[in-house]
Every structure is written in structure tokens, then in C-alpha cells.
Design a protein around this ligand. Sequence first.
Ligand code: AMP
Length: 428
Amino acid sequence: MAIQRPKGTQDHLPDGSPKLRLDISARAFRHVTDTARTVLERGGAAFIATPIFEEAELVKRGVGGSTDIVRKEMFMVHYFGDHGGYVLRPEGTAGIVRAFIENGLKQLPSPLKLWTHGPMFRAENVQKGRLRQFHQVDYEVLGSADPLVDAEAIWLMVQVVEALGLTGVGVKLGSIGDPEDRDTYNAYLRELFTPHAERLSADSQDRLTRNPMRILDSKSKEDQAIIAELAVKPMLDFLGTDAEAHFAAVRAYLDAWGVAYEVDPSIVRGLDYYRRTAWELHHAHIGAKSALGGGGRYDGLAAQLGGQETPGIGWAFGVERILLAMEQEGLTLPAPDGPVVYLAALDAGQVPSAAQAALSLRSVMRAEFGLKAQKPGNAFREAERRGARYAGLIGSDEAAAGTVAVKNLATGEQVSVKVEALADALTH
Ligand code: AMP
């Protein structure tokens, strides 16, 4: 049997592939990352790329040892004789913050805005929109705790999805306060849940001792029923004065800029280094549990990774989920550009001339050529199939005269053009 791709992965296919859908179209992927690049680089972000595998310890500290990602979903990397301590990255932030510290990037103008895109890996239960290798676009800002930076980050995220043409997108905004606010909240949750501990899932019983806030994030229906039954107060009710003022400032900027959002008190990020602003990007037609993206402030992360205290904030969205949302909205990509010209030889002896003419055009345009001699009718059909605007034929007469017979495939007009004048004739 032919070998198939691993479960939870996808091939990104070229245009014209028989089973093409938007979420596996290589061109659609590039459209998303190109759009993100335009928007984010206009906002001052520089591109960064970090390794796809990192020390497991980085991910543990960067994502949090109590998260499902670290406990259950890590892909370990093994090679002969290694120390076994590498994992495929499940997200982008930890690697970027590590690179910021390791490469002394704090010397660059601050705050430093960075963006990247690439594959992420999580050994999850595979469903529609939930893969084991998926792709994210990531934006991170290091070096400022100003609420203006939070608002700008959210604005940029919305700009990217709007530039892609999506309309059914909403921001759910919350705040998880400062560490001391979360201590108070966790104490409240512990007191509230402890009498019901034995009804909680095994995972949530564990969370009750380690980090009660994470119970609120539980995927278990029984846990969610207990949460509803206990009428748990949201984290937002526990914000201290500073976090409250920060949250109000972020909202005021978003209001002033006309960014629509909904305050969602249920947003939780239960890790020590997360601070204050947290949000998710949702889509009307993609289940409530499947966000298009999410972001948050992580002022404690750089120190957690062994660097100097550096405030930071970032977001990521899933490219596959964005493409699924685009498909739901019936958005399509503009038709792909074909070559400007397809050059064909009428006899085998002229194939090298057709090839050479195509190569010399490539400094100014996309030009292709046929590998074998073709009859004119076949050459025109082949040119049309490739989406070319012109077909150029070289037979023995043309070869002798140093010309190409050029046909405009839209108008049918045919002219003889000197090889040296070809580039000019095809661009005017
Ligand atoms: P997270 O890093 O968990 O906040 O995820 C950010 C975004 O990445 C999510 O909102 C999804 O769009 C996407 N994402 C996360 N996990 C997966 C997955 N297993 N498959 C596809 N997309 C994912």
C-alpha cells in the first residue's frame, strides 16, 4: 500500500489539484501569510524565524507544565544518541522570547515588534480544524507594558482578518489581572470547589491543587456543569486597581478606534506569567470552542525563561481555521496568474531555441517553454491550459529569421517578433 501522510497533517496543494479546498490550498496559505506580512510590517513588525524544535524545558516553562499541551500533546524529537530533550514546538511565543533573550534583541528600538508564521505541532485528538501539524501567524511585542501596545496588537489582528475579507469575526476581550489578583481568585476558587472535589474530573482534581483557574478551562462536560451550578464569579470581579485601570485604558483605545469587541469575563489563562489583557478571536460559523486565534500579555515570561524582566504581549491565529472561516463566508482567491508567454518549438531542433528565449525573458516576466516539439494547435491549447496570455511558436522559418510567431490568446492576433524584441512586445 502506498504510504500516507501522518494523521492530523495536511498537504498544501497547488492550483488545479483534484481534491483542492481552500484550507489545503498552498496559494491560499501564502495569501494569508502575505496579507499578514503587509499589515504587520506596515505596523512596524520585523520578521523573525526560530527553530521548529526546541528544548523541552523551554516549552515547559514557556507554555506551562500544568497545561494539556505540555502534559499530553508534545511531540518528542529523537535522533540517534541524543539526550531526548527536544520537542517540536507547539506554539511560537516561547521560541521568540528565547531568541529575544539569547540574541540580545533588547538593544533594538523598544518596544520590539516581531512576527512570524510556520508550522506548530500538538498531538491532539484530530477533528475538523484541529490538527497535529497546523500553522500559525504570530505577532509579539517585547519591551512595553503600555495598554496602547495591547490595543494596537488587537487592532492589528483584526486588520489582518479584515484584509482577508472576513466579516463574521468578533473579539472576546478579558483581563486576568496581576499575579496577586490571581492569587486571590485562586484562593476563592479553591474554597468554592474543594467541597465538590470528588465530582470533578481527575484532571480538574489535579488542577484544584496546582492551579484552580485552569478548572474553568476544562473540556469535561461534568466539570462545566459543576462550574455552572456553583455560579463561579469571573476573574474580572477580582481585578486590582492597576489591572482594572489597564483594562479600562485598552478598552478606551479600542472604542476610540472603532474596534468592535465583547467583554468576556470567562477568558482564562492560568499560567503565572500571563498578566492582564487576554482575548480570543471568534468566528460566527466556526464552533465557539474553536477560536480563530488568541492573544495575551505575558509580562512574566522573559524572566521565567531566564532573561531580564521584559513586558511582552502577543497573539497567534491558526491559518487553517482562518481558511475554514473564509470558506464558510464563500470567499475565494483571485484567479492565479499564469505565465505571460508559453513558448513552443514546432520541430525538435528548435526546442533549445524556445527554451533559451524563455529563459532570457525570465528577468522581466514569467515565461515557460515546451520540452518537446508541438503542433501549433497543441501549443495553443497547452498555453491556454497554463493560463498564459501569449503563445510563441518557433519553427524552422522563425529559427532562420531569428523571430518568434506570437499569438495573443485573448484576441487571436498573431505577429512575428524578433527574439531580441520579445520582452518589449510582450509587455506593451
Ligand atoms: P493557542 O496557541 O492555543 O492560543 O492557539 C492559537 C490558535 O491556533 C487557535 O485559535 C487556533 O486557530 C490555532 N490552533 C491551535 N491548536 C490547533 C490545532 N490543533 N489545529 C489547528 N489549529 C490550531
